[in-house]
Design a protein around this ligand. Structure first.
Ligand SMILES: Cc1ncc(COP(=O)(O)O)c(C=O)c1O
Length: 359
């Protein structure tokens, strides 16, 4: 089906095509050359991290984290149930047991108030996900993790250029991962990065990454594409801020009157403007809204299915009712179209269609 307003759409933001042309003209088709290095250096300088490495995806970066932490079968890793499957899978692949944490009802981030109760003598890492680019409570998470000698790995797939208490997301954990998948603010189709904040891990990370080069990705020009987007990051973020604010200005009061919740951004978080979502009063109403928008040519989507209720999650002890906030929010959440070139006219269309919705 062709939608008038798709959920996501990639676009050129700057010098993507010139960069690809230049890379091909010079004849550099392997990874770790000019544009990979430029992207690594850009992330290091912007965020002030000791080392950044572009990878073929955020999943790849998460898998590198599991190797770097030297996880052994039986080790435990605490992951929110409300996340993309790679956040858990990367560690499951090394034999780790996932301990599923529930989320906060306001930001939908890992509930730091439950963290300490989930730590055992086998816990090796906790993986906070900055959902929608709004920071997790990193002060508390960092203190608890330090007290128990547990590594913090930030899954910052949504959060590039967001801040928590004035500090960039991705700079709190010993390791952090970024995604440049096509749905993200800054993209190259498929891509990611590993941020290494603990310098002791740099050397091994370089060795691990060399075994899985991004040669194919570079050949397709993805890193040259990515650098062009990073160069204009401020324009992209300003534009997305406007889009987010416009949804919020036009939907929050309407939603409040109908028992529909909008995103919560605490005052100490500068969000990354990754997504705009509504939390409908029930699963039925969520499905009805998605269908109603679809009938008007607008694609809205939901995610994530609680990981603790997946077949593997249940084998690891997950049970219905185990993460009640995750289960409830996951049934009710709907994401509205949000991409860099979303026109005001199309956004007006989405807003009008949402406001017309009668449950
Ligand atoms: C929270 C989270 N982590 C990891 C990923 C995986 O990212 P990638 O597709 O770059 O591997 C995603 C994908 O959307 C995600 O939402």
């Amino acid at each position: 089906m062709k939608y008038h307003v798709p959920f996501n759409q990639s676009s050129l933001q700057g010098r993507e095509l010139e960069n690809i042309f230049q890379a091909m003209t010079v004849g550099q088709i392997a990874g770790d050359q000019t544009y990979s290095k430029k992207c690594d250096a850009f992330l290091e300088q912007m965020l002030g991290v000791p080392k950044a490495m572009v990878t073929s995806s955020c999943t790849h970066a998460l898998e590198m984290c599991a190797l770097l932490l030297d996880l052994q079968p039986g080790d435990e890793v605490i992951v929110p149930s409300f996340t993309f499957v790679s956040t858990a899978n990367a560690f499951v692949l090394r034999g780790a047991r996932i301990i599923f944490a529930d989320i906060r009802p306001d930001t939908l981030n890992l509930d730091e108030r439950q963290l300490e109760g989930l730590i055992s003598s086998r816990t090796k890492a906790v993986v906070p996900v900055h959902y929608a680019g709004v920071g997790c409570e990193m002060d508390t998470i960092g203190q608890i993790a330090a007290r128990h000698g547990v590594a913090v790995v930030e899954d910052n797939a949504h959060g590039l250029f967001g801040k928590f208490r004035g500090r960039w997301l991705g700079t709190f954990g010993c390791l952090a991962t970024q995604s440049f998948h096509e749905t993200k603010n800054i993209t190259c189709g498929e891509g990611g990065a590993l941020l290494i904040n603990d310098p002791r891990l740099i050397e091994r990370a370089e060795i691990i990454r060399e075994k899985g080069t991004n040669r194919k990705q570079f050949f397709r020009g993805q890193v040259a594409f990515l650098y062009a987007q990073l160069e204009v990051w401020q324009a992209i973020q300003t534009r997305r801020q406007r889009t987010w604010q416009y949804y919020d200005d036009n939907l929050r009061a309407w939603a409040q009157d109908r028992g529909i919740d909008c995103p919560v951004v605490p005052a100490h978080c500068e969000q990354a403007y990754h997504m705009y979502y509504l939390i409908m009063p029930s699963l039925d109403q969520r499905q009805a809204l998605i269908s109603s928008l679809k009938s008007q040519g607008i694609l809205s989507v939901f995610h994530y299915v609680p990981l603790h209720l997946s077949p593997v999650g249940q084998r690891m002890g997950g049970k219905p009712g185990g993460c009640p906030v995750t289960e409830e929010k996951s049934e009710r959440l709907v994401r509205l179209p949000f991409y860099n070139r979303l026109s005001q006219e199309d956004q007006d269309r989405v807003i009008a269609a949402v406001r017309q919705f009668q449950s």
